[in-house]
Design a protein around this ligand. Structure first.
Ligand SMILES: [Zn+2]
Length: 281
């Protein structure tokens, strides 16, 4: 599809960035939504838009969100280059695509370099969908090359609602990934460990890595959430929705209600995701 052109200049867009959103190429969007909806095991999920970039942009408009980091996941090695090409084609002021290198690619370094050469800002890694732990040697290879190429890396963390209680994305593995590649700009989704909140407090909160809030607001017990937020550096908190699997407007309302200072809230919605994704460089 052709990138959405917005009549507004980037300076006029709302200064709110969703650090975690999904969309698919138009021709596979409805099949992808159906498959992912059917795969949910922990709780029912419902897509709030049709899975296309146009649908995501319209949902962002309804919520007053200016820009989204669009996360794709290569579930097979041969998807890697295709996702890079599609990501480059849909990039715009509003859509900042994070591409994806499958850990079984024989040429991991070349694929990471291809993403950087396409002008993209980062890549997404999903340990369950890729069947590869966050601290696996293959993951570290991707992470090292991404850091060297100036790319950011966003990783699913914790359990996944379409999988069982595995350790692929444990908070301890998030910490080991950070310790192995400390110069990587790393974002751990779902506050660093979906449904593993106590382990987040033990292993992740306070590390110099980025965390985002999708699938945590209304799910993580409030006392634990407040403990994580008070221990983690304010300049490393990001707002995320996981759209279409949550409604961006509702997520934003929940985020605005968090016990944060105005300055911390503004930073999480704008400055922090811009620094994480390297949008000013
Ligand atoms: Zn997601």
């Amino acid at each position: 599809m052709t990138p959405q052109k917005d009549a507004r200049s980037s300076a006029e867009l709302p200064h709110i960035i969703d650090a975690h959103a999904h969309a698919f190429p138009d021709r596979i969007a409805s099949a992808a939504i159906a498959k992912l909806t059917a795969g949910a095991r922990w709780m029912p999920v419902r897509a709030v838009f049709d899975g296309t970039v146009a649908g995501l942009t319209a949902a962002m408009d309804r919520a007053g969100i200016g820009c989204a980091l669009l996360c794709s996941v290569a579930t097979r090695p041969e998807q890697t280059a295709k996702i890079t090409d599609w990501s480059a084609a849909v990039a715009s002021d509003r859509i900042v695509p994070f591409a994806s290198v499958h850990p079984d690619c024989p040429d991991i370094e070349a694929q990471v370099d291809r993403i950087a050469a396409a002008g993209l800002k980062g890549l997404k890694f999903h340990p369950q969908y890729m069947a590869c732990p966050l601290d696996d040697p293959r993951t570290l290879r991707i992470a090292r090359r991404a850091a060297d190429a100036g790319l950011a890396m966003e990783v699913h963390a914790g359990y996944d609602l379409s999988y069982g209680r595995d350790d692929l994305g444990s908070p301890a593995a998030v910490r080991r990934l950070h310790e192995a590649v400390p110069h990587l700009r790393l974002l751990a989704c779902h506050l660093g460990g979906w449904q593993r909140w106590d382990e987040v407090l033990r292993h992740v909160a306070g590390l110099p890595i980025y965390l985002e809030t999708s699938y945590t607001l209304g799910q993580c017990p409030p006392q634990v959430l407040e403990a994580i937020l008070s221990r983690h550096p304010a300049e490393r908190l990001l707002f995320g929705t996981d759209a279409p699997w949550a409604d961006p407007a509702e997520q934003l309302a929940r985020f605005q209600a968090l016990p944060l200072s105005d300055a911390a809230r503004r930073a999480a919605l704008w400055d922090n995701p811009r620094r994480f994704a390297g949008l000013d460089t």
